[in-house]
Design a binder for this molecule. Structure first.
Ligand code: ATP
Ligand code: MG
Length: 360
């Protein structure tokens, strides 16, 4: 690290964690800024909780280091790291009131009674818990319980907050409401939140940057829009957003990619790392398909509409190609929407698809 450059607020530096034969995390590095909301997104077993446990100090890395505000905290116990936590597995104590639940982290760090009163008032205010302080968790709604759990993570004035799937047990509507609230708290408090989820909608709606983890490795790290619009690996293309994959072949002489199964060809720039046979994987986000009624002049993939699913402002068309492959195309709802049995031409803007050298 150069002495002139200020240290990042949080630095995760080449961290690995091995459990026997299992490589839960492998050589993972991320720098996090003081004002950032970072989502850690990955499928089940990818190493997300392991990473949070290492940051929290609940576990130690096999190699690598963790720095907070320039200080090496790799060997510090959890209570000396100044980190707040909201983990799904230990939310609230059922036999203690909201007030007692909130006071717990402050008692752990042996704060004075005056300080505890002051911090409880702060939490009550910022989380709108007025009138709920003497209730027990089972006398609260799911959203209220969640706010108390957040309060418990924040009450000791942490330098950062770690959240591990805190909304997983809430229904969709409440989850969306809490997503907005949690993001608002983060911006208001000005400390980083590191938010683990396997739910890409949650990651994309809340965070500034998204770190995609796959098999213990950092697969991609970037601003949420960039992660969605410009996936840099096939895994990210598959995992973020809903997309359809096609086997294609790139022909160097013509500069065309042909989707052989559907006899569809489009022009494309050369693809990095492609083998001599030119095989490529083409990913198209389901909402980026273009559909038009089939005519003699159509050049897209001929399909028929097998089903129409209404999803709020969008329509999901289940299409069937000539060789009986099913493709889902999502389109904005319009008055003249397509009906079952309609013949359509399916295509896409070559600039809107993602092409990678074929895997394996
Ligand atoms: N204490 C442990 N001992 C052995 N293996 C472990 C231990 N903790 C985690 N693992 C393994 O490490 C890998 C990563 O686990 P981790 O809990 O970090 O995944 P995750 O991304 O949080 O998954 P989920 O979305 O299901 O919570 C998994 O293969 C898991 O089985
Ligand atoms: Mg987990």
């Amino acid at each position: 690290m150069s002495p002139t450059k200020t240290a990042p607020y949080i630095r995760i530096d080449a961290v690995s964690r091995q459990y026997g034969q299992v490589r839960a995390l492998h050589d993972l590095s991320i720098d996090i800024d003081k004002h950032e909301f970072i989502a850690i997104l990955g499928p089940s077993g990818s190493g997300k909780s392991t990473l949070l446990r290492l940051i929290a100090g609940l576990d130690r890395p096999s190699s690598g280091k963790i720095f907070i505000k320039g200080e090496d905290v790799t060997n510090l116990p959890p209570h000396k790291r100044g980190i707040g936590m909201v983990f799904q597995e230990f939310l609230l104590f059922p036999h203690r009131t909201v007030r007692e639940n909130l006071a717990f982290p402050l008692r752990m760090t042996r704060e004075t009674p005056e300080k505890i009163v002051e911090r409880l008032e702060w939490a009550e205010g910022i989380l709108s818990l007025g009138g709920l302080m003497d209730r027990y968790p089972n006398q609260l709604s799911g959203g209220q319980q969640q706010r108390v759990a957040l309060g418990r993570g924040l009450v000791a004035n942490p330098t950062l907050l770690l959240l591990d799937e805190p909304l997983a047990n809430l229904d969709r509507e409440l989850r969306q409401e809490m997503e907005v609230e949690i993001r608002r708290y983060q911006k208001q408090l000005g400390i980083p939140f590191i938010y683990v989820t396997h739910n890409q909608e949650e990651a994309l709606s809340m965070s500034d940057r998204v770190a995609v983890i796959h098999k213990g490795r950092l697969e991609a790290l970037g601003e949420r829009q960039a992660i969605y619009d410009h996936p840099t690996t096939p895994f990210v293309a598959r995992f973020v957003g809903r997309s359809t994959r096609f086997d294609g072949v790139f022909d160097r002489s013509s500069g065309n990619i042909t989707i052989k199964a559907h006899d569809y060809t489009f022009a494309h720039q050369p693809v990095d790392g492609m083998g001599a046979d030119g095989r490529v994987d083409v990913f198209v986000k389901n909402e980026r398909f273009e559909l038009s009624p089939w005519t003699e002049k159509s050049t897209g993939i001929p399909c028929s509409v097998a089903d129409v699913v209404l999803r709020g402002p969008f329509v999901e068309y289940i299409l069937e190609t000539a060789n009986k492959t099913r493709i889902i195309a999502v389109q904005p709802k319009r008055k003249d929407h397509l009906s079952i049995g309609d013949r359509v031409s399916l295509s896409w803007d070559p600039a809107q698809c993602h092409v990678f050298a074929a895997e394996g």
